[in-house]
Write a new protein. Structure first.
Length: 309
């Protein structure tokens, strides 16, 4: 799909239509927004060919945040883009220059075997090619201004990117997850993502409100692709963030807190999907949402533990 020079790239992480990156083309120059994993590099380069560009035509790789499904392939991709600079949140920049802590943190969540299978060896980006984007900074793509704003809540190293041309935000994980398999006649279905370890519900709601303040026509999500009907989806996110907080607090103190949270999240999302008219049965919904339920439960537990400290 291309709209206003925006190309959606399926990074082929985990499954089809799960993890997106984007290529924006303006006057023969390109900017990537997020990049998937090391295994995604061929898909990123193939997207350039489809758009009539070469790797030398790319000026920017912008990372919404440095979680590995968004940024794991940044070092490997930058090695193939001779003229590009990498744009990243101030809190994320050190992890791109020296990814050792990032690798250790992800390994703690996923385990060594899954790290090797899904992400490969994470490569560093030379410090001279890293540009820090503070809140309100603008990246120029051939006169097309891309505004970066600080959007904590999912992660403290997260920004979103406003493209006035398309009146759209590139939201990373701030505007939740919306998989096409769960679409219905009512449109897209969305859930928040509270994956470990920096979930902050009030910060996330504030970040979503900042996105809404520009009255966007669309949101470009990493998981997955472009969604419209933004006001309705935002209401859904606010409701669910509050429900997830209530679930976490209700399960806190139990011996099997994680199972309690995961089971309650499953019921919450499945009930909402059925009410939305999503076409999948429970087995299908679990196939699509199972990994996110597990990660959201872990993230809620991390948030509870931080609150106590």
């Amino acid at each position: 799909m291309t709209d206003h020079g925006i190309h959606t790239i399926d990074t082929a992480f985990q499954r089809d239509q799960f993890d997106a990156a984007y290529l924006m083309v303006e006057n023969g120059r390109g900017a990537f927004i997020d990049c998937g994993t090391n295994h995604s590099v061929p898909n990123m380069l193939a997207a350039l060919t489809v758009a009539g560009l070469t790797p030398a035509d790319v000026d920017w790789l912008l990372l919404t945040h440095v979680h590995l499904d968004h940024a794991g392939g940044a070092g490997a991709l930058m090695a193939r883009l001779p003229n590009a600079q990498l744009v990243v949140h101030p809190r994320g920049a050190p992890h791109m220059i020296d990814p050792s802590k990032l690798i250790a943190g992800a390994t703690a969540v996923y385990g060594e075997e899954e790290m090797a299978r899904s992400y490969g060896t994470i490569q560093a980006v030379p410090e001279a090619r890293v540009v820090v984007a503070e809140d309100g900074d603008v990246v120029d793509l051939q006169g097309r201004e891309l505004l970066c704003i600080d959007t904590p809540g999912h992660a403290r190293h997260h920004y979103c990117i406003w493209d006035a041309r398309s009146r759209s935000w590139f939201t990373g994980d701030t505007f939740g997850l919306s998989y096409r398999e769960l679409d219905s006649a009512q449109g897209a279905f969305v859930i928040p993502t509270s994956s470990p370890v920096q979930f902050d519900p009030e910060a996330l709601k504030h970040s979503i409100s900042r996105l809404l303040s520009r009255h966007p026509q669309a949101m470009y999500l990493t998981h997955y692709d472009r969604v419209t009907d933004v006001e309705r989806l935002a209401r859904d996110l606010f409701e669910q963030i509050d429900a997830m907080v209530a679930i976490a607090r209700g399960c806190d103190g139990l011996t099997d807190r994680h199972r309690c949270i995961a089971e309650a999240l499953t019921a919450l999302y499945f009930d909402r999907a059925r009410a939305h008219g999503s076409p999948l049965d429970e087995a299908g919904m679990l196939r699509v949402l199972g990994m996110d339920i597990e990660l959201n439960a872990q993230g809620l537990a991390s948030w509870l533990d931080r609150e106590k400290r």
